[in-house]
Design a protein around this ligand. Structure first.
Ligand code: SF4
Length: 569
């Protein structure tokens, strides 16, 4: 059945009015015919799956034809914001969901910044894109209405230039009344490790979202409009204060996330010998990349819509306007790990510069860094040679060559075309089958987390079973490396709902902790809460199912017990 028929059938089952206070519409956009339909997620679906990632899965399940290739225009690309997105502090997130051109399994990615909150301000919870536009298209959302605009003038622009052009052309100011998701040249060229950018750095990564959006010929979705308060089922602001207080009083937020962002994780990882180094051939690396060494280049912190944490470190290495990559947003810990130890780079300035380039080129730093590290190891072992690379020498720590490769990759030039096929390089005939032995991937997706998970069995199990492939954000049991929790078996049992071995390198009972994290994080993505500020990911004291249940009730009127929310997860 063609997707148009699937959508038509689905629409007959969907109500035309909101089913609870604050529910936004689901907008189906037929890009080929330039037609828009809207309806609301049925109450039984919302009760079972909430919104965001949860309801996105419902839409994908109903609309997916698994016989088609992921880049086929009948495979939809679905954006969805959580039921608390834009309303609760740190709930600034939304998901982009499809079938992955990179891995060939589920593509589902979460990002923050302003877009997920701003679509909700426009009365929209989900956007379902399908069909291929006849020409490059930009969608504008204003006052809840969808307008098709010519995307051709923006073709060929990467993130920095596009974000400069849009306010000039259509008005508005980023973060005040303007937000956007967009592809870069990498997405236009269907680079499999390309992301959909959601801000200067925020992006929907993992699985090739940029390639998917580019294949539909959508350059950007721009959303305009003033921020506003929502009419909720019950007053919610006083409980928002409780949540904000909980966030700001949590030690890891106060002393690490708020002051230096996620790079604080680098030091404990390398000290533990759990730092993926040189494509996981080694497990520790230099102290020159510790977060303290980024401090001289950090002019301040930034954040997502109405998030009091502001965990995003900005960087400034110079004030020379001619140096496009002398300043930017980030790096996060993932980028630090993937463009530091994993490719053998030990100068912090090089990592920051490569981070700024990846943000501009719209690249998923986890997949891209891992793809380059894979090539470096293959070259080191003689499995690929200069014949494969077009004469380029690949050496660990050669930041100049890696920078050049990023630009080649985005344009699919020479060896860049090989890297642009990411984990699929063997399948596409670029590398010999032996190369697969050194590919750090599960289900066709490169590892996201810079950790070397071999000594941390719960981490390893999580990476092995994560729904979208080798990724830590679905279920990482970060607290496995918290000695105070491991020393308190009763507390650990309460945290995960059943006893879990205290030894991080034990295989016993780790599935219980992974399951608890998987369920909690899935609910977090369905309400729109940031992973960094969700219980179990960075701390046992951050908001979790209990707080989500209270605020879901206040905002939507839907009633859940904690075990019921666990089942939603
Ligand atoms: S904690 Fe950081 S990434 Fe998460 S919503 Fe807040 S500012 Fe954004």
């Amino acid at each position: 059945m063609a997707i148009r028929d699937r959508v038509a059938q689905l629409l007959t089952e969907m109500p035309k009015e909101p089913q609870f206070p604050t529910q936004g519409a689901t907008v189906f956009i037929d890009l080929e015919r330039r037609e828009v339909s809207r309806a609301y997620t049925p109450l039984r679906v919302a009760k079972a799956l909430l919104a965001g990632r949860g309801a996105n899965m419902f839409y994908l399940y109903r609309l997916l034809d698994e016989a088609l290739e992921p880049l086929h225009p009948d495979i939809p690309l679905i954006f969805g914001s959580g039921v608390l997105t834009g309303i609760v502090p740190s709930a600034a997130r939304g998901n982009a969901t499809s079938w992955s051109p990179e891995s060939g399994v589920l593509m589902d990615s979460n990002a923050g910044d302003y877009f997920p909150s701003f679509i909700r301000m426009n009365g929209i919870d989900h956007i379902v894109l399908f069909g291929r536009a006849a020409a490059w298209t930009m969608l504008r959302i204003k006052g809840g209405e969808i307008e098709f605009m010519d995307g051709e003038p923006y073709r060929g622009l990467d993130n920095i230039d596009l974000r400069e052009r849009i306010p000039q052309d259509i008005g508005g100011k980023w973060d005040r009344d303007l937000a956007m998701v967009n592809v870069t040249v990498a997405g236009e060229n269907q680079v499999l490790c390309s992301a959909i950018m959601g801000g200067p750095k925020a992006c929907y990564a993992r699985g090739g979202p940029g390639a998917k959006m580019g294949s539909l010929k959508v350059k950007a979705i721009v959303v305009q409009g003033q921020t506003r308060d929502f009419e909720t089922a019950q007053p919610y602001k006083s409980y928002n204060r409780t949540i904000a207080q909980k966030l700001l009083e949590t030690s890891v937020v106060k002393h690490a996330l708020k002051t230096m962002g996620t790079p604080f994780l680098y030091k404990p990882s390398r000290l533990l010998g759990a730092m993926g180094t040189k494509n996981n051939q080694e497990t520790t690396w230099t102290d020159k990349l510790d977060a303290e060494n980024i401090t001289p280049y950090r002019p301040g912190m930034s954040g997502c819509f109405r998030c009091p944490v502001n965990c995003r470190p900005l960087n400034e290495m110079n004030q020379d306007p001619a140096d496009k990559y002398g300043r930017g947003d980030g790096p996060e810990y993932v980028t630090l790990g993937k463009f530091g130890p994993n490719v053998g780079i030990s100068q912090i300035e090089s990592v920051i510069r490569l981070n700024n380039i990846c943000n501009d080129l719209g690249l998923d730093t986890a997949s891209t860094g891992s793809t380059i590290a894979w090539a470096l190891e293959l070259y080191q072992r003689g499995i690929i040679t200069k014949e494969h690379t077009g004469g380029i020498e690949l050496n660990w720590g050669d930041a100049g060559t890696i920078e050049k490769l990023l630009f080649m990759l985005t344009r699919r030039e020479g060896f860049g075309n090989v890297l642009a096929d990411s984990t699929r390089a063997v399948e596409k005939g670029h590398y010999p089958p032996e190369a697969l032995k050194y590919r750090m991937a599960v289900k066709g997706l490169m590892q996201s987390d810079p950790h070397d998970a071999r000594i941390l069995k719960a981490f390893a199990l999580g990476l092995a079973v994560a729904t979208r492939g080798m990724d830590h954000l679905r279920n990482r049991v970060t607290l496995e490396i918290n000695a105070r929790i491991n020393d308190d078996p009763a507390f650990k049992e309460r945290l995960y709902g059943s006893p879990v071995s205290a030894a991080p390198n034990s295989y016993e009972t780790k599935e219980r902790a992974v399951r608890a994290c998987e369920n909690t994080y899935a609910v977090g993505d369905s309400v729109g809460m940031c992973r960094f500020t969700t219980k179990l990911f960075n701390s046992p004291s951050l908001p979790g199912l209990e707080e989500f249940a209270v605020q879901i009730k206040n905002v939507t009127g839907l009633d859940y017990s904690e075990p019921e929310l666990d089942r939603v997860g």
